[in-house]
Design a protein around this ligand. Sequence first.
Ligand SMILES: NC(=O)c1ccc[n+]([C@@H]2O[C@H](COP(=O)([O-])OP(=O)(O)OC[C@H]3O[C@@H](n4cnc5c(N)ncnc54)[C@H](O)[C@@H]3O)[C@@H](O)[C@H]2O)c1
Ligand SMILES: [Zn+2]
Length: 346
Amino acid sequence: MLVAEGLLKQLGARVGQHLSRRTCAIVTDSNVAALFADRAKQSLISARLKPILITIPAGEKSKTLKQAGAICEEMLAAGLDRQSFVVGLGGGVIGDISGFVAAIYHRGIPHVQIPTTLLAMVDSSIGGKTGVNTADGKNLIGAIHQPLLVIDDVDLLKTLPRREFNQGFAEVIKHAITADAKMFAQLQSWEPRSPRRQLALQRLIKRNIEIKSKIIAKDEYDRTGIRAVLNFGHTVGHAIERAGNYKRFLHGEALSLGIVAACALSSKKAGLPRRQHDAVIGLLQRFALPTRLPKNFPRQKVFDALKFDKKFEGGKIRFVVTPKIGSTHVSRNVTMGDIREAIDEL
Ligand SMILES: NC(=O)c1ccc[n+]([C@@H]2O[C@H](COP(=O)([O-])OP(=O)(O)OC[C@H]3O[C@@H](n4cnc5c(N)ncnc54)[C@H](O)[C@@H]3O)[C@@H](O)[C@H]2O)c1
Ligand SMILES: [Zn+2]
């Protein structure tokens, strides 16, 4: 994983340090293509690589099996074979679908990721989870396929709309609550407009990669329950995202609300001090993230959406709580009634 400014123009050279393959597909979306595809392509060409560019419509709607199939067909038509590789240039949607294509094309070829959103840099590009959505839900079809190389060029974040930028901070705050009280304190005095911001942002991204990688290294295939702490805030967050038909809230915004609910439940069931609970809400607000559900939002719909959660195994709830900022664990002490109450109070 590389994190620095100006890395995109070094793409060809960087890939050359890891691979002797020549042909590749750059998979990107319609927004990102207009901004960065040329630079990526030129850098690969100057390193004597042969890229083809595949652009799909921007947005979550593109993350389907059909779209993944179409990308594979395009690669086949261009003569890409087992000796080729895939470069995913974009946010989490592109990371997930291009990674999935890399996992299945000729039974698996290398995947290089160039995340272009903060969320993708601090979260989705780490851990090797790839996949697509179906009509029944998100990420139901997929594979674990670790990227060969992830290149985080922080310059690419300059064009990211403010709302998209802020939603990435929901995952950063989640990491802080999960595993790093010191980072939590640093975020409390985060100055978005400071001249040293680029450097601070680089450090922050590196730290988040460390946190997530460390947790994943202990449980790569999500089997022992260790990786589950990364779901902090996501049980209610996903339900809110679904209840809003994936339109009302961005993932990070729904997560922000889910974090508030998880903190309320942690106060009730795991001894999270009130002061820390309030500090979390203050921090989310600092990044313009929502901390209350709109009054008229259908809470019943949120509650109904909970049953789609993969964490409800055999009717038992595995709910991630925090007894104090910087530490989390899975609790079996939280009931459906408790969750209902937390949603009603949001
Ligand atoms: N694999 C994992 O472990 C994992 C973890 C978390 C989330 N995800 C997935 O990530 C996806 C969400 O990712 P996302 O929030 O990055 O969404 P996204 O990829 O849809 O990007 C958000 C929007 O920003 C635009 N954009 C991207 N980079 C830009 C830039 N530099 N400048 C201007 N515009 C830019 C995109 O075109 C898009 O419209 C979801 O599908 C989610 O399921 C995966
Ligand atoms: Zn998330």
